[in-house]
Structures are given as structure tokens and as C-alpha cells.
Design a binder for this molecule. Sequence first.
Ligand code: CP
Length: 318
Amino acid sequence: MTNAPSTPAPAFPHRHLLGIEGLTPLQILHLLDKADDEVLVSRQVEKKKNVLRGRTQINLFFEASTRTQSSFEIAGKRLGADVMNMSVASSSVKKGETLIDTAATLNAMRPDILVVRHHAAGAVHLLARKVSCSVINAGDGAHEHPTQALLDALTIRRHKGTIEGLTVAICGDIVHSRVARSNILLLNALGARVKLVGPSTLLPSGAERLCVETFTDMKKGLEGADIVMMLRLQRERMNGSFVPSVREYFRYWGLDSEKLAWAAPGALVMHPGPMNRGVEIDPEVADGPQSLIAEQVEMGVAVRMAVLETLAEHLPNA
Ligand code: CP
């Protein structure tokens, strides 16, 4: 008896992208490799591909966004999808419709991919269980922002060649940050050393469970850092006062050229945006030669193209 040839397991077996949690290092690297190819496509004069031709992508954002929403729109259009941006401000959510009813209504229009940002942690996972299309988490509360972590990793890898063995200092308001959480998971998975730096009120408890080191002293936190990732104070998620004043905060934890000199020579500076100049970062550093901030935005389009194209392989009739 001969054995029937077995079908190889897909490189990325998931129907949704809800978080970095649950992805293997190989699955993360698969998305990064694909995103490297999408950078080349995006730098051509002719940027159109046909892989999502005939597919419908709905961007459903319950929270404000500049970078994520516009890059998902550009990414979908570059891949040939019909993209609809659903404005929550003018939707029936304002009349009291629930998230699930909104999702069921959109699902009835047979979209293929739903890109969702919501202010509640876990809301995107809940929604993914109620719809028949693929769902991408574009940020849920303080929980996860997987495509941000992927674009950060792509930016780092294109400069350093690898993530493994690097020291990455994530500085600022960690406790309220979905960007920090997704980055911690991804950087740990790919073998980086992660240091969290900020005032004790903005550092998470149980850091040992996250496999990271924590520092309230910026000098010690930045020591040896190859990458310095700054985060803004997320006042919309703060309940009460977490820092004495903006001036005090900048003095101790704001990144200026003097503090950047405490990191490894030639350390690269990153920020997911939106940036508050003069609060967590000095304009001189944000616009300086070590800054990768504009490049992160470019990588955002490439990573979102890679994610859309990868998930499209699981769509019916793909
Ligand atoms: N980094 C990020 O998520 O930015 P937006 O809020 O502008 O999408």
C-alpha cells in the first residue's frame, strides 16, 4: 500500500490576525518576509497587485486613527480589493446599536475582510466569533496592536539584519499601551532582550511573567539599548493622574539627545505615533539622524499588505 502524498501545512494557518499571542516565530517571520516583498511593490511606479481583486475589505474603526486606518486602506487598494471605510461617527452605533449588531449587519453584506479597532480589550476577538469573514485587529483597548508590532519588527530587521540578540528599550506609558504588549510578545518570540522604562505608575505589574526587565531610571534602562522605542502618555486610557506634570515627565523620561547618548552607540529611535513632541520626545531626536519614525509609517503599508495577502489565502475560492 502506498501512502497518499500529504499536503504541506500552510506557513500561516490562521483565518484571523487577532494578536501576536498565539503566533509562532516562524509564522511571524513568514509575515515579515512577505512584507519585505511588499516594500519593493510599494516603491515601484506601478503599485497594483490583483490578489484581492473582487474582495471586499471593510475598515471599522471605533477609535481615532491616522496611520493604521489610512495604511490599511492603501494596502487593500494596492492589492486590488474594494475598500470601504466605515465611519463610526456617522453610523448607527451613535443611535445605540451594539458592536455585535453592527458586526452582524456588516457581515450580512458579505465582506471578505474586516479590519477593526475598538476601545475595549477583547472586543475584536468577540467580533471575530460572530462573523464569517477574516478579522484583523487594528488595536483593541490596551490589549494588542499586532500589525504595529510587525511593522516595528520589519523596520528593525531591515536595519539590523535580525531581531535575535538585540536589546530593545520600550519607554514611557507601558501600562496603557497595546503597542508595548504586542511588541513585548513579538520581540520575546524572536529572541530580543526587552527593557521597559518609565515611572513606576506607568510600568505593568508582573513584568517577570512577561519575560522583561523594568527600570524607573532612564539611564539604567537605556544602557546597552540598540533600539529605543518611545510611547506617548495615553491620557484617554488614564483614570486619574499618573505623572506629576508634563514638565517633570519630560525631564526624567522624555528622550532628548543627552539621554539618547546613554543608549548603545548609534541606537535607533522609534515611535509608533501619534507623537507628542516635548512630552515623551524632543523634536531634535524625533527628526534626527537616528530616528526611524517616518520609515515605520512606510513599513506599515507593507506589513498590512502582507497580512491582507496572507489571510486572503484562506478566503473561500482563494
Ligand atoms: N500607531 C498607531 O496606531 O497610530 P494611529 O492611532 O494613528 O493609527
